[in-house]
Design a protein around this ligand. Structure first.
Ligand code: PRX
Length: 652
């Protein structure tokens, strides 16, 4: 374990208490209530979750048993039936929420659409009916590769309504990456758009899908939303325009109920080895986690207008744009484009224009705003805001303070929320009316979250000591398996501590301070977090070695002020190839083609050889030091040839 990273977590002593005003109106404003409920949730989880499931979800058929836990497999609310889309939409019809805005959308060019709950329900029902006519139903996989437009939300909910399993693939992934994901889950239908707006340009999504589906025999239908009007090729018999598919379709749809454990979606994410993993989430437990965390962590109120800047291609977009918010009947604000289009004050402009009350964004975005300068913020009032959230990576205290002062005007509590694709929902976070915050700490676990910091044997370490972050009890929104690879699921998450086969290993390092607050250090496995995007070093390396000039490659992270981590790759070339700037560019583009622009290395370094142990393992620890420009620390006695390190250092 990388002890030096863990102990280097800043020691931050400032404490910010919730204001009396915020506390008084909070959904949960008393520390003793939090303590009582938390204690019940981890000591009598079945009793606690039974009550919560009844209170928060609409069931068609009651469950017989709250939990069936055979580590590492959990079944929650066994025997119960519900429909997730009904829980997000139908439950609000016939109430005062019916004509409330479910979605307010602003496109990058400035077009605005408002869709009420009743209207969203109507759209989703029609789409569900179309799916049924296309032969898409229970258990079928549907790939969604779309810009951040309301149709993306409709597509997800229509899948949920008919029991199809969606897999949303972020629009920044390349056709190659899209193809791999479609093939892995054998999707029959792909939903896309002609394009999406980003920094004033059209991202040609349909063209990417066309390339991807050349190698995906499972796909028989493609639905295409017209968004940008850019030219596209429609293939007769396979491709259909979203609007045309709707013509003549009945606009009502009787929703069936599905098992609590029916799969809701697969979301691909990077792991420390091999290809991306298809994280599988199921219905009731996932929804319950999202619903409750949205209500308590964001202190949701009927009049809130909530803006989460994440793309629906990531878990944050699933849980905290779509499922958690709509199940609460909240108004979601959705923005299509870049935060600095046309100017770096786009977010602040939109917050004032739409009266946004809650903003949930990532530290990397906050650091970019800081860099663009305070003047872009000071032009706007931002007085509608009442709560701020952060997610995706550790937030450095400097960025936290800037967010607090410049955006929150010292008035808005900040919730720094730690969680993962695999956890489905927020796990460690302040409750804004209860928890005093410390800049840089995600603070305390949410209900039902049994988090511990342990050593390599799984034994809890003393306070203020670095260790591995584990979750020692199952929780309703946990992943159930990896699609098609249950062995990898066990290996990846439940095999770190042989004495504790029921401990879920997060892959993160952390420490708990004297008050029991959690300070997350970041990944301690071979996963990088570049601008809040999870990138597996193994994926980047395998993309690089698929280039004809590359003999061997190693990818590591380097601390970066803006991105959190930057991606540095060391490459040794095959005989006959010479290092050049052109080759660097070609390799960057090659990674872009294999994975997507988000994985393009920030720095490429050519090396005659890579530092290895005598058994041939690349010593990444050493490469990390070299990439950071630091002197190589720690034991180097296992190195096969120290001159490799010396030559890499002299090249800096
Ligand atoms: O390292 C942690 C970091 O992001 C990882 C999970 O990435 P992903 O599955 O893409 O989900 C991101 C959105 C939930 C974690 O293992 N991470 C996420 N939130 C925080 C964080 N690190 C520190 N503080 C956070 N608030």
């Amino acid at each position: 374990m990388t002890d030096q990273t863990i102990t280097s977590v800043s020691r931050e002593h400032r404490v910010f208490r919730p204001s009396a005003e915020f506390k008084a109106q909070a959904n949960l404003g008393s520390e003793s209530t939090y303590k009582r409920l938390y204690s019940e949730s981890v000591n009598s989880p079945e009793k606690f979750w039974d009550r919560m499931a009844k209170e928060h979800l609409v069931w068609r058929k009651p469950y017989k048993k709250v939990l069936n836990w055979k580590p590492p497999h959990a079944e929650w609310f066994v025997g119960g039936k519900l429909n997730v889309a009904e829980n997000c939409l139908d439950r609000h019809l016939g109430t005062a929420r019916e004509n409330k805005a479910a979605l307010i959308f602003e496109g990058e060019p400035g077009d605005v659409r408002t869709i009420t709950y009743k209207q969203l329900h109507f759209h989703v029902c029609r789409l569900a009916q179309i799916f049924q006519n296309m032969g898409i139903g229970k258990g079928d996989r549907v790939a969604i590769y779309m810009p951040m437009i309301p149709e993306a939300v409709m597509a997800m909910l229509a899948c949920a309504r008919v029991g199809a399993i969606h897999t949303v693939i972020f629009g920044g992934f390349s056709p190659e990456a899209l193809k791999d994901r479609i093939n892995d889950c054998q999707a029959k239908l792909v939903i896309t758009a002609d394009g999406g707006w980003r920094r004033g340009k059209v991202i040609e999504l349909k063209a990417n899908v066309d390339r991807a589906v050349e190698g995906t025999p499972s796909v028989h239908t493609m639905m295409v939303v017209k968004r940008c009007g850019n030219p596209v090729t429609m293939v007769e018999g396979r491709d259909v325009w979203w609007r045309e598919a709707w013509e003549g379709a009945p606009n009502y749809h009787e929703a069936k109920a599905f098992d609590a454990e029916h799969p809701l979606f697969i979301l691909y994410t990077s792991g420390s080895t091999g290809k991306p993993k298809g994280v599988l989430h199921t219905s009731a437990g996932y929804l319950l986690g999202c619903k409750m965390t949205s209500q308590y962590v964001f202190d949701l109120k009927e009049n809130d207008r909530y803006f989460c800047s994440a793309d629906i291609g990531w878990i944050t977009g699933h849980s905290y744009v779509v499922y958690g918010l709509l199940s609460n009947g909240a108004t979601i604000f959705m923005y299509e484009g870049a935060p600095n289009q046309p100017e770096p004050d786009r977010f602040w402009q939109m917050i004032d224009r739409h009266g946004i009350t809650i903003l949930y964004t990532a530290p990397t975005a906050i650091r970019a705003f800081m860099r663009w300068g305070d003047n872009f913020v000071l032009r706007h009032r931002l007085d509608s805001l009442r709560l701020l959230g952060s997610v995706g990576e550790p937030i450095n205290p400097e960025a936290w303070m800037w967010y607090h002062k410049m955006i929150g005007k010292k008035r808005c509590p900040i919730v720094d929320t730690w969680w993962q694709t695999e956890t489905g929902g927020i796990m460690i976070s302040p409750l804004p009316g209860v928890t005093p915050t410390k800049p840089g700490s995600a603070t305390k676990p949410f209900f039902g979250v049994a988090a511990k910091v342990v050593d390599d044997q799984g034994k809890e370490v003393p306070r203020n000591t670095g260790g591995k972050l584990v979750l020692t009890q199952p929780w309703p929104s946990m992943l159930r398996t990896l699609w098609g690879d249950d062995d990898r699921f066990k290996r990846q998450y439940f095999s770190e501590f042989p004495k504790h086969p029921d401990y879920y290993f997060t892959g993160d390092g952390a420490r708990q301070d004297e008050d029991g607050y959690f300070w997350i250090v970041g990944r301690i496995d071979d996963v990088l977090n570049v601008s809040g995007h999870r990138i597996g070093t193994a994926e980047v390396e395998s993309a690089l070695v698929s280039h004809p000039a590359v003999a061997e490659a190693a990818a590591v992270g380097r601390p970066d002020e803006l991105k959190g981590q930057a991606l540095v790759v060391f490459v040794s070339l095959k005989a006959g190839h010479t290092a050049s700037d052109e080759l660097k560019e070609a390799l960057r583009n090659h990674v872009g083609k294999e994975i997507g622009s988000l994985a393009k290395p920030d720095t490429i370094r050519f090396a005659a050889a890579l530092p290895k142990t005598r058994s041939g393992k690349i010593m990444r620890r050493i490469l990390k030091d070299i990439a950071a420009g630091a002197t190589v620390k720690g034991d180097t006695s296992t190195l096969e040839d120290f001159s490799v390190v010396a030559s890499l250092q002299s090249e800096e």
